[in-house]
Design a binder for this molecule. Structure first.
Ligand SMILES: *Cc1c(COP(=O)(O)O)cnc(C)c1O
Length: 384
């Protein structure tokens, strides 16, 4: 197969369909082959095809694919940090990452400082001469707090930090390309928007070619988080419609956010595309697409509404995960998450609560008709 490499004049929609793909020389088939082989040299063709496409969408030199987002995060954290190094990381992020850095990294002799990365001063105060990596997630799961990638990359590099990593799963390359803003690595859960259909897990690390070459042997062969060709093929198929889906997610989410903000049962909505988001100015600067992720808080205790959601919702599915074509909602109580995962001190917890109160509904707005999503939600929100 002749693989078409990136053409820098192409727009996002063309790249999402054509980069890394090509007509099969033997059969003249236009749709990509699924190569189910465990032996290959040097890269797996189906997995490599996906990596080339992801790098093109990030306008970045290279990408490595993994079996899950967590395999990608683990590869970066374990592959780049040594005993005695120091990591500065957001105190609020995806629970798997949050628990890995709190529970495993200290056992390996890596010192971890948890900070509110929406505050540059907190980051600056935390940096030491041993800080090798600053890790941010923007918007942060689950509360939609943003971090300024350009400002943080500038600050960290000026003070001698080697790696700035951005978990860009919520934003996606449709919104933000962190390497263009100074980041060294971008991490994605492909299970979310990039695959987009909730039927395949995967992860990716995007970065400079030499950095990824250095990570490749240890991360792939020794850690073993290898992406299956079938999942790579499914994710590639999902990626063809990625730019279109993100436009639809945003368009639908804006209508749903407006509906929720005006709803008498709803106290607050956090969506970067709303003027009411406390960091809307940063969102406008940093995000070309606001995606479909939002949170809302209700007057009635969330637990009671969650129970009705499980019983009554027909369009929106009450379930974990996010970024799929179908809408997903999940209740995340603050006390529980503090105990199980974040374990923040009083100041950090107070800042978390300014975004989340006693709990949020994390809402991944799908690409169904906005009116149907709103009517479905309305059926479980009590009018006072
Ligand atoms: C889901 C998620 C991950 C982990 O990805 P998996 O593919 O589920 O392992 C990491 N970061 C963020 C922000 C996520 O939402």
């Amino acid at each position: 197969m002749i693989m078409k490499k990136d053409d820098s004049r192409w727009g996002d929609r063309t790249r999402a369909i054509h980069v890394g793909e090509g007509v099969d020389e033997v059969t003249r088939a236009s749709s990509p082959n699924l190569v189910m082989s465990a032996t290959f040299s040097p890269d797996h063709p189906t997995v490599d095809q996906l990596a080339v496409k992801i790098a093109a969408l990030e306008c970045a030199p290279a990408a490595l694919c993994f079996a899950s987002g967590m395999a990608a995060s683990h590869a970066l954290l374990a592959g780049r940090l040594n005993s005695g190094d120091h990591l500065v990381i957001s105190d609020t992020n995806y629970v798997g990452t949050a628990e890995l850095v709190r529970d495993s990294l200290p056992r390996w002799g890596i010192e971890v400082s948890l900070v509110d990365t929406s505050d540059l001063n907190e980051i600056e105060t935390a940096l030491t001469p041993r800080t090798k990596m600053v890790w941010i997630e923007t918007p942060a799961n689950p509360i939609m707090r943003l971090s300024d990638i350009e400002a943080i990359s500038g600050l960290a590099h000026d003070l001698g930090v080697r790696d700035v990593v951005v978990d860009s799963t919520f934003a996606t390359p449709a919104a933000t390309r962190p390497m263009e803003l100074g980041a060294d690595f971008v991490m994605h859960s492909l299970t979310k928007y990039l695959g987009g259909h909730g039927d395949a897990m995967g992860g990716a690390v995007v970065g400079r070619t030499e950095d990824l070459d250095a990570l490749n042997l240890e991360a792939m062969v020794h850690y073993g988080g290898v992406l299956s060709p079938f999942n790579a093929w499914l994710i590639s198929r999902g990626l063809a419609t990625f730019p279109l889906r993100m436009e639809a997610h945003e368009e639908t989410a804006i209508q749903v956010a407006d509906f929720l903000e005006a709803h008498p049962a709803v106290v607050r909505v956090h969506y970067p595309g709303l003027k009411s988001h406390p960091q809307h100015a940063l969102a406008q600067r940093q995000m070309r697409n606001y995606s479909g992720m939002m949170t809302f808080q209700t007057r009635e205790p969330g637990q009671a509404i969650a129970k009705r959601m499980i019983e009554k919702l027909r369009v929106v599915h009450y379930a974990v995960s996010l970024g799929h074509h179908r809408s997903l909602v999940y209740w995340i109580p603050t006390d529980m998450l503090m105990d199980s995962t974040f374990r923040l001190g009083p100041n950090a917890e107070a800042r978390y609560r300014t975004f989340a109160g006693d709990g949020v509904f994390r809402f991944s707005v799908g690409i169904e008709d906005a009116d149907d999503i709103c009517a479905d939600l309305d059926s479980v929100l009590q009018r006072c």
